[in-house]
Design a protein. Structure first.
Lengths: 316, 272, 319
């Protein structure tokens, strides 16, 4: 199958401090890939590395970064810029300042389209209107004339989605698309993603700390902890047979209506480490209830090839 | 990092001027007003007795620069000090006494609306020309800036808890003022003070250039520039020395003001 | 929004009023008898007191103030002692000169400040950046007349390409008009570029840090679009306010430059008035210039409000 994104051995550092350690993942064409982890686990940075958007102070290295079919490590800056702009839609986490407050929606939604697809302004506005309708706006013409601050968070999110779709991209990266929204709108937005994925056959990288969400909507997933990918595979496989203790705990944590009345909520004691992410041993060692001595010094990278199920743990 | 460079450079420049100023009391190569017509228009040269040359009256330029520094600094520092004190007083009164608030601040707004030179010229018309007039005129120009600053700073600090605490255990207003407000306001006041001296020198120079400021027999760099105008075509060097003196002084104080601003206020956090 | 406009309008009126009071009363403190000044030293005491009464100088001060104010509103600023003409006419004649150099100076300053300010911000801490910032500091410290004199000697006398004095109205000969205002405007601009450049650089740096810049980059837009459509747009509020203030300041502060270049503008009139203690002329001039400053500032504030739709929104009181 065609792979939209191939990431091998990505390391991201801020000076001496390692932020992301040896992350690898593969996103197939037309699949929704969930990247799960707590805040600070490195999910956003990993995604930004794929689209060449890392902040200036950070350094990175990787064996392979193939984004939307193009090798990012060998491409020139100009080529990268063009390729990413043309083929990737980015839906950022916090909507407020990602749309320029002094520019009307109609004047910013289409500029990527005009630039990469060589269309006119009128054509851009037509397409924008159609997409805005598709993402759920009943009166797209009015929305186009608004300034971003005149819209609610959910509406801005949907504008971002429409904007990301303008070029019929191969890949959409959605960073915590539901965090700032209330639950009904969350549902709408996620269903929208699913529709887009099914209809337009585009891949989606879904970044979220909400495992429940990812379980429901993604085909494959990767679990990140402290800058490392500790488990990845098809969603069904991982959920039916989670191998890494962290994943197991996360699954247990998902709130569900089935919890008995007085049962305490599960929590994982401790905090995500900021430093020391590049140790040889297991990075989850301090918080793992199943850890054994050997876990401190080394950790195996195991894979179950038949089902493409990868995990980083010494236990079976 | 750039902040420190500004500050250091500024201090160096100002020190140069201060040295010149101090030296003027101890030793000047020639009496600054001594005319020596046979020696007029001597070009500056290292070997000559007159390092910076002589002017149209044969007066030694270096000595005049040194002598001029006295009055320029006197006017600039004197007027800014006066303006600052008055400004602090008015700003504090306005911030702490309700009834005076609007009146004082409106008057300050009015004063600020006048373009600087215009205000100075207007005041000089009324007062006598010369050193006194310049000092008073420029200090009045400085008052609104400082009073506004103090006014808003007091208003901001007033809401801080520790002031409320001080009030609650009965500190008198004067105590609060001196023990709490002033230390809090000091950094910004000092920064503003330094920049203000730069502006004051510019205004004084302009005033004496126009003949409205320091008058002969006293000397001022602005006056020297104005006197050099007639002969500038033939003897351009006449304007170089005073011009450079002005630039060094203004640049020095401005740089100190900027450097202090970045360090004290932005804590190196500015867009540098 | 309308509330904001009315508010600003009201304060401006108050400030204008305060200015008029200050202008009038400060200048009335002058010792000496205006009537005597006009008639000269040979005049007889009777003639002096006659003129004194005729000029209304025997009335109580506040009455004089009121009648002056009322006349002002009728655009009658009295008669100048020195020139004998109506002050209004004198001012009207000088306006084109001062405004020409002020406007031209602003245009030059804006152009250079935006060019170098943006480059400085985009290529922060590069050599270009340090260069621009040094220029900016220097510009603020150089006395305008000094540069003016240097220019006169160099361009006017040595190279003989530009006139050293005199004003050519633009109706007469456009090319000569430009030549006559070029040097003075450059001199004025030098004084203003520094501050403006600093503000532009600072605003641009803030704007470049914003999230919307990320979006612009991900979209892979051209550099021009990124920096002008997105970055600059977010950085305009402060610079525009400053430009307005600077223009207003220039309009009032051209005395020295006009003196050096022998331009018959408002500044020169002021100098003459001050030198001869022509109170009437001075009062009229100060009132006119300061009012212009206040009006321009008001105009700029309101325009900036329109430019930044968010300010518009917040002023409305909704959130």
């Amino acid at each position: 199958m065609n792979e939209t994104v191939v990431l091998k051995a990505l390391h991201i550092k801020a000076g001496e401090n390692t932020l992301v350690n040896n992350a690898s993942l593969v996103i197939e064409e037309g699949e929704i890939f969930g990247l799960v982890g707590e805040s600070g686990s490195g999910k956003t940075l990993t995604a930004k590395a794929i689209i060449n958007l890392l902040p200036k102070g950070l350094s990175y290295s990787a064996d392979e970064i193939i984004t939307a079919g193009k090798n990012m490590l060998t491409a020139s800056t100009e080529e990268k810029k063009e390729h990413i702009g043309r083929n990737i839609g980015y839906i950022p986490q916090n909507t407020v300042f990602y749309l320029h407050p002094m520019i009307k929606i109609k004047n910013q939604i289409g500029d990527g389209y005009i630039h990469h697809m060589h269309k006119t302004r009128t054509e851009a506005l037509e397409k924008a209107e159609a997409l805005l309708y598709k993402v759920g706006f009943k009166h797209p013409k009015i929305v186009l004339n608004y300034y971003p601050w005149q819209l609610s968070g959910g509406m801005r999110q949907r504008c971002n989605i429409a904007m990301a779709l303008m070029n019929d991209p191969m890949l959409i990266i959605a960073d915590e698309p539901t965090t700032a929204l209330d639950s009904t709108v969350q549902r709408q937005v996620m269903d929208l993603f699913r529709t887009i994925n099914e209809e337009m056959k585009l891949s989606i990288l879904l970044i979220s700390h909400d495992l429940g969400l990812v379980k429901h909507y993604s085909h494959s997933l990767a679990v990140m902890y402290a800058g490392q990918i500790v488990e990845s595979g098809y969603t069904n496989t991982v959920f039916s047979n989670p191998k890494h203790p962290y994943t197991q705990l996360l699954i247990k944590i998902i709130p569900s209506l089935k919890i008995k009345k007085n049962e305490p909520l599960v929590e994982i004691p401790g905090f995500v480490p900021e430093k020391g992410r590049d140790i040889k041993g297991c990075v989850f060692f301090n918080r793992c209830s199943k850890a054994v001595d050997i876990c401190k010094d080394m950790v195996a990278e195991l894979a179950d090839d038949e089902q493409d199920h990868y995990y980083r743990c010494n236990l079976e | 990092m750039k902040n420190n460079v500004s500050l250091i450079l500024g201090i160096i420049l100002v020190l140069i001027i201060i040295v010149v100023w101090a030296l003027s009391f101890i030793y000047m190569p020639y009496p600054p007003n001594e005319m020596n017509i046979p020696n007029k228009f001597l070009k500056p040269s290292i070997d000559s007795e007159h390092i910076l040359g002589t002017d149209n009256f044969g007066r030694d330029i270096l000595s005049r620069i040194m002598y001029g520094s006295r009055n320029v600094l006197l006017v600039a520092i004197g007027s800014v000090t006066l303006g600052t004190l008055l400004g602090i007083f008015l700003g504090a009164v306005a911030a702490m006494k309700r009834f005076a608030d609007t009146i004082i601040m409106r008057i300050m707004d009015g004063l600020m609306a006048f373009p600087g030179i215009l205000l100075a010229m207007m005041l000089v018309t009324v007062l006598k020309r010369g050193i006194q007039g310049s000092i008073i005129a420029i200090s009045i120009f400085m008052v609104p800036v400082f009073s506004r600053l103090v006014y808003s700073m007091i208003q901001d600090t007033e809401t801080l808890l520790y002031i409320k605490a001080a009030k609650s255990y009965g500190s008198s207003r004067r105590q609060i003022f001196f023990r709490h407000y002033i230390p809090a306001m000091l950094p910004r006041l000092i920064t503003q003070f330094s920049s203000a001296i730069g502006s004051a020198v510019m205004i004084e120079t302009s005033l004496s250039f126009l003949g409205l400021g320091i008058q002969p027999p006293f000397a001022s760099w602005g006056l020297m520039l104005s006197e050099s105008r007639q002969f500038f075509l033939g003897y351009p060097y006449l304007a170089v020395a005073p011009g450079i003196a002005i630039i060094i002084t203004v640049l020095g104080f401005n740089l100190i003001g900027d450097g202090l601003n970045d360090i004290l206020i932005n804590r190196g956090n500015s867009n540098e | 929004m309308l509330g904001y406009v009315l508010d600003r309008f009201k304060s401006s009126i108050v400030v204008l009023f305060v200015v008029s009071v200050i202008t009038f009363f400060v200048l009335m403190i002058i010792p000496g008898n205006p009537a005597q000044l006009i008639l000269g030293t040979d005049a007889t005491p009777e003639a002096i007191s006659e003129l004194h009464v005729a000029m209304g100088l025997d009335r109580p001060l506040y009455q004089q103030y009121l009648s002056w104010l009322l006349d002002l509103l009728k655009l009658d600023m009295g008669r100048s002692y020195v020139y004998g003409e109506s002050v209004t006419v004198l001012i009207a004649r000088s306006i084109p000169v001062t405004f020409s150099i002020s406007i031209f100076a602003m245009i030059l300053a804006v152009f250079i400040a935006f060019l170098f300010g943006m480059i400085s911000a985009i290529k922060k801490n590069s050599i270009a950046d340090y260069f621009s910032r040094s220029i900016m500091q220097l510009g603020a410290a150089i006395p305008s007349f000094w540069i003016g004199m240097v220019f006169i000697v160099y361009f006017g006398v040595k190279l003989k390409i530009l006139p050293v004095s005199g004003f050519v109205p633009f109706e007469e000969n456009f090319f000569k008009f430009i030549k006559s205002i070029l040097l003075p405007s450059i001199v004025l601009a030098i004084g203003e570029v520094g501050t403006l450049l600093r503000i532009i650089r600072s605003s641009m740096l803030d704007s470049l840090k914003q999230d919307y810049m990320d979006m612009a980059r991900v979209k892979g837009l051209s550099a021009g679009k990124i920096y002008i459509k997105y970055a600059l747009r977010g950085a305009l509020t402060a610079p525009l306010t400053i430009i307005g203030m600077q223009f207003a300041k220039l309009a009032g502060g051209t005395v020295v430059v006009e003196t050096i270049f022998a331009l018959p503008g408002l500044g020169r009139l002021v100098l003459t008035a001050v030198e001869h203690r022509d109170i009437v002329l001075l009062q009229g001039l100060v009132m006119f210039i300061t009012s212009t400053v206040i009006i321009i500032t008001l105009f700029v504030d309101i325009s900036v409000m329109f430019l930044n739709p968010r300010i518009k929104k917040f002023k409305q009181g909704e959130l």
